[in-house]
Design a protein around this ligand. Structure first.
Ligand SMILES: Cc1ncc(COP(=O)(O)O)c(C=O)c1O
Length: 392
């Protein structure tokens, strides 16, 4: 029995995932496997660090300590062979705010910003919400795995005068961990057209055993001049509610502009508890991180086998990381609305609907497997019964 098998009752904790049914108009018995947080308890050393911090019982404005920065540097060096300097790290309360800040700081209304759908919905929102032009380089599904169409990538940049590219690395929801060759090709095209790359690496730690994530700027320091890397312990260590993220910018001019914009919007401070939790996670988290990913990889295998054996019409895009699976329901022949209704009301499953990741995601849904295996077993049984009742 693994510690991750423990079922934690999260209801009544102001959890969006578990307490949001009524507010979001979802049937009260739908099993929540949607928003990207895990149902696991955080690791004991992080809990202990939070407990120690709360014992102090004064919560004035915090300032990250030297130890805080050292913990981030240590983590990036140990986990990714990525030496970063303390001064490159800017703390802000979230990666989604960082995407908007970068767009505000480095583009003007009407400028073109490129994304790779199907992708995490706030990417498109950040572009259109700030009055920028949304340019899409859709990923293509080839033999069960998503790939980048590089010809389209370059044509879209050249044809639209793209100024900024929002990269999702690893990619949510399709679970691709980009290879050094893919990163190189993207970086070279972006350099050739002077496109700033904002690489959202919030899922950097969530790769399956044997897979390696490369921070965007790590393979070639020459890319540092035109790149912003967004990191956080929030997905990896299940700390999303503590809203602490670390934006890593090597180039001093870019960094200064980004920091000024953050100050101007009043979001340059983080949460005192979040600082303590992040430092403890990055200082003590190696073993826990490896263990949670081993468990999640087994969850992924469980779902893959279950679908192959019992529900072959439902395909799973082959992921290399993430606690999220991207499932292809198109063979059920439903519209996006019908699929949403079927999953919520017939299968009793609350997943993220694929169309919310862009029209490219219609017919798909995202399943959160950051949960005990028993929860997934319930989910698969529900899905099997509902598909069976369709009589296809
Ligand atoms: C790619 C990506 N970026 C950012 C976030 C959220 O970041 P934050 O909560 O730090 O704003 C998520 C959450 O799922 C995500 O998947």
């Amino acid at each position: 029995m693994s510690c991750f098998d423990k079922v934690v009752d999260r209801r009544g904790t102001c959890s969006a995932k578990w307490d949001g049914h009524e507010v979001l108009g979802v049937p009260c018995d739908a099993l929540p496997l949607w928003v990207a947080d895990m149902d696991f308890e955080i690791m004991p050393q992080v809990n202990e660090a939070i407990r120690r911090r709360t014992e102090h019982a004064v919560y004035g404005y915090p300032l990250p300590s030297a130890e805080y920065y050292a913990s981030i540097q240590g983590w990036m060096e140990r986990r990714f062979n990525w030496p970063i300097e303390k001064d490159w790290i800017l703390t802000i309360p979230g990666v989604v705010p960082a995407l908007s800040l970068a767009i505000q700081a480095f583009t003007r209304p009407g400028d073109a910003v490129m994304i790779q759908p199907p992708v995490y919905p706030p990417f498109a929102n950040a572009v259109t919400g700030h009055g920028r032009k949304l340019v899409k380089n859709p990923l293509v599904l080839v033999d069960g795995e998503y790939k980048i169409d590089f010809r389209d990538f370059e044509e879209k940049i050249a044809g639209n005068g793209v100024r900024l590219f929002l990269l999702c690395s690893p990619h949510n929801p399709v679970g691709r961990v980009w290879s050094p060759a893919e990163l190189k090709q993207m970086a070279e095209i972006c350099r050739a057209y002077d496109v700033l790359v904002v690489s959202d690496e919030i899922h950097q730690d969530l790769v399956y055993p044997g897979v390696r994530h490369y921070p965007f700027t790590q393979p070639d320091p020459a890319w540092w001049e035109r790149a912003i890397v967004c990191t956080a312990p929030s997905k990896s260590f299940n700390l999303a509610g503590l809203q602490t993220s670390n934006i890593i910018i090597a180039d001093p001019d870019l960094r200064q502009k980004f920091a000024e914009t953050a100050r101007c919007w009043g979001i340059s401070k983080v949460n005192a508890i979040g600082l303590a939790a992040c430092q403890a996670a990055y200082t003590h988290g190696d073993t826990w991180m490896d263990a949670v990913m081993a468990y999640i990889a087994e969850n992924k295998e469980y779902v893959r086998r279950f679908l192959a054996e019992n529900l072959p019409r439902i395909q799973m895009a082959r992921p290399q990381g993430l606690f999220l699976l991207w499932l292809d329901f198109r063979a059920l022949g439903m519209t996006a609305e019908e699929l949403e209704h079927f999953l919520l009301h017939k299968a009793g499953l609350w997943l993220n609907q694929g169309y919310t990741f862009g029209e490219e995601g219609a017919g798909f849904a995202r399943l959160n497997i950051g949960c005990p295996r028993s929860t997934l077993e319930t989910a698969m049984e529900r899905l099997q019964a509902a598909v069976g009742a369709l009589g296809l």
